[in-house]
Write a protein that binds this ligand. Structure first.
Ligand code: IMP
Length: 197
C-alpha cells in the first residue's frame, strides 16, 4: 500500500477520497503527519494555491501529496470571488460576526442586484505531486446565481447556486445529489482514475 498525503484536515473531504481510492492507498491528513501550520495560499489561481499546498508538504515532510483549492466564479463579476471565495466579505470591507458564509453571499447578492447575467460556476483544482512529477485535475460545475438564498444543506455559497439542468440550489439538493455532480467530485474522480491506473 502506498502512502499519499491529502493536504487537508477537512474530515468530509478525507472520508470521500479514502472511500473512492479504496485500499490501494493509505491517505494521511495534515494532522496525521504532524503538520500543524496553516499552509499559506497566496496564489492568484486555484492551480497555484493547490500546488503551493502540495509543494509545502513535499518539501517539509517528504511525502507524495495532493491538495485542492476551490471557489465560485461569477461571470458578471469578472470571475470573482474566485480564489477569494472564503474571504470575499472581508475583502470588500464588510464586517460581520460569526456567519462568514452569509456575509459572503450578501456581498454577491448586492453586487448582482441590478444584473441580469447570473451565470456562474464552481471550480476545483487538485494538484498532485507523485513520483517526482506534478499533475493537475480540474473539475467544474456550471450554473446560475439566484436572487435570494434557498435551502439549508451544504456550505459556502450553496444556497445561491443552481446547477445547470436543475431547479434547486445545491443547498436544497442535499449532499448526495451535490456530491454526484460537484466541481470537487469531478476533479477527485479524475485524480482517482489516474491513481488507479
Ligand atoms: P476550499 O478551497 O474547498 O476550502 O473552498 C474555498 C471557498 O470556496 C469556501 O470557503 C467556499 O466559500 C467556496 N466553496 C468551495 N466549494 C464550495 C461548494 O461546494 N459550495 C459552496 N461554496 C464552496
Amino acid at each position: 500500500m502506498k502512502t499519499l498525503v491529502f493536504a487537508s484536515n477537512n474530515a468530509h473531504k478525507l472520508e470521500e477520497i479514502r472511500s473512492i481510492l479504496g485500499d490501494k492507498y493509505e491517505v494521511k491528513s495534515l494532522k496525521d503527519i504532524g503538520c500543524e501550520v496553516d499552509i499559506p495560499e497566496t496564489g492568484s489561481t486555484f492551480r497555484e494555491n493547490a500546488l503551493q499546498k502540495a509543494t509545502y508538504v513535499k518539501e517539509h515532510f517528504g511525502f507524495d501529496c495532493f491538495a485542492d483549492d476551490s471557489g465560485l466564479q461569477v461571470e458578471a463579476l469578472g470571475g470573482e470571488p474566485g480564489v477569494y471565495s472564503a474571504r470575499y466579505a472581508m475583502m470588500n470591507g464588510v464586517s460581520f460576526e460569526g456567519d462568514k458564509d452569509n456575509a459572503n453571499m450578501d456581498v454577491i447578492l448586492s453586487k448582482l442586484a441590478n444584473e441580469d447575467n447570473r451565470r456562474a460556476c464552481f471550480r476545483t483544482c487538485v494538484a498532485l505531486i507523485y513520483e517526482g512529477k506534478t499533475h493537475f485535475f480540474d473539475g467544474t460545475v456550471e450554473g446560475r446565481i439566484i436572487r435570494e438564498k434557498r435551502g439549508t444543506g451544504g456550505f459556502g455559497y450553496d444556497p445561491l447556486f443552481i446547477p445547470e439542468g436543475y431547479d434547486k440550489t445545491f443547498a436544497e439538493l442535499g449532499n448526495e445529489v451535490k456530491n454526484g455532480i460537484s466541481h470537487r467530485a469531478r476533479a477527485v474522480e479524475k485524480l482517482a482514475a489516474f491513481l488507479k491506473n
